[in-house]
Write a protein that binds this ligand. Sequence first.
Ligand code: 5GP
Ligand code: MG
Ligand code: MG
Length: 197
Amino acid sequence: MIKLNDLYFKPFISEAEIDAAVQKMVDDVAKDLQDEVPVFIGILNGSFMFVSDFVKKYPKPCEVTFIKLASYEGIKSSEDIQRLIGLTQDLSGRKVVILEDIIDSGNTLEEVHRIFKNENVGELKIATLFYKPEAYKKDFRLHYVGLEIPNKFIVGYGLDYNGLGRDLPEIYQLKTTQHMTNLVLFGPPGAGKGTQA
Ligand code: 5GP
Ligand code: MG
Ligand code: MG
């Protein structure tokens, strides 16, 4: 078990399991794209480790770049997505594959689609290492998914809790107490807002 700031996390997904999931995604993408030179676009910060491992395994020439979006506050997703670094290169006609660390509510993915709407890309595909189906609220297709996970907060392998944990080579899951579960499901006492994402 590890402690980051005020919260405890337990080991959840090993380095070997992550490695196998990344390799499978690389194989699937490489097979689909054949001899096109793709542009892989990572969403910073969370995807940096995934993108690094992914492109090292990718068997053919490719381009790699990043955009930077931010949504999460602490352990909760937010609908207010900030664009911190945008696109800097012409992508018209190119095969673009978005590399995301994790898709939760889908709000960030919606912003990604907004960003690419007027870019005239040849093809836009979405690849995410982790996916929380119980939390996903959108209809955008996810073309490549590494691992489906339950709707619980994780850290490691690029993912942080208040800035900590990105450097961990494996994934840890938040250890929730009954008190915290109630807070997430029902909000603080007297909030009266019912369930929230
Ligand atoms: P969404 O917009 O789909 O709700 O969330 C997408 C972004 O929120 C991810 O790219 C990631 O940066 C962050 N995020 C979502 N779920 C988790 C999680 O369980 N742990 C951490 N550390 N970040 C998450
Ligand atoms: Mg992300
Ligand atoms: Mg974060």
